[in-house]
Design a binder for this molecule. Structure first.
Ligand code: GRF
Length: 186
């Protein structure tokens, strides 16, 4: 099977990156992780890129020249899928234009509910019965692109912000690779 090349954008811990790297080792998984982009030189998750000799591109600028370099880097690595895995920056219109329908994001709520940050505290405050995660295409509006896949669970009366976060992340680690399988119709 000829795998497509994927690039993962991260800003922090990188647990989703770690799972995607592991999953991409399966011979029948449709993508290989060709590069990692970060806006944060200190992102913990960079360790997984380094361990696996995956090239890293540091991108923390509004400069058009640096963005051009990023686009060249992505084209050089023949990237056909960009996964935002805890990437805390807005994707510019220019980048979106270059990778139309090729950028996906994972969000820790059942969209369209709870777009944006601080999802877990808002979910608890609202006394939601259910929550989960969403993998969706990225468009110009925050957390609003077409949904690819969602996974949910029921919130119990003993749940706290940290337990909900844990449960959500466990689902995220499955949802991201399932969404990629779905995109490539496996
Ligand atoms: C995830 O919870 C994701 O939903 C959100 O950022 C978090 C990233 O976690 N967008 P990690 O860096 O992959 O551990």
């Amino acid at each position: 099977m000829v795998k497509k090349n994927a690039c993962i954008f991260i800003s922090g811990k990188g647990s989703n990156l770690k799972k995607l790297i592991i999953r991409s080792r399966d011979y029948n998984f449709p993508v290989k992780i060709k590069s990692v982009v970060t806006n944060n030189k200190k992102a913990e998750g960079l360790i997984y890129a380094k361990k696996n000799s995956i090239p890293i591109f540091f991108f923390n600028s509004k400069s058009k020249i640096i963005e051009k370099k990023l686009i060249s880097f992505l084209i050089y690595h023949k990237i056909s899928l960009i996964c935002l895995a805890g990437y805390m920056k807005i994707i510019s219109k220019n980048l979106l234009g270059h990778f139309n329908e090729k950028i996906i994001n994972i969000h820790p709520s059942l969209l369209p509910k709870f777009k944006g940050l601080d999802t877990f505290s808002r979910i608890l405050k609202k006394k939601e019965r259910k929550t989960g995660c969403t993998v969706h295409y990225v468009n110009e509006k925050l957390d609003s692109g077409r949904i690819i896949l969602q996974k949910g669970f029921f919130i119990s009366s003993t749940d706290t912000e940290s337990s909900i976060k844990k449960k959500t992340q466990k689902l995220e680690h499955l949802a991201f690779s399932e969404a990629i399988l779905k995109i490539f119709r496996y």
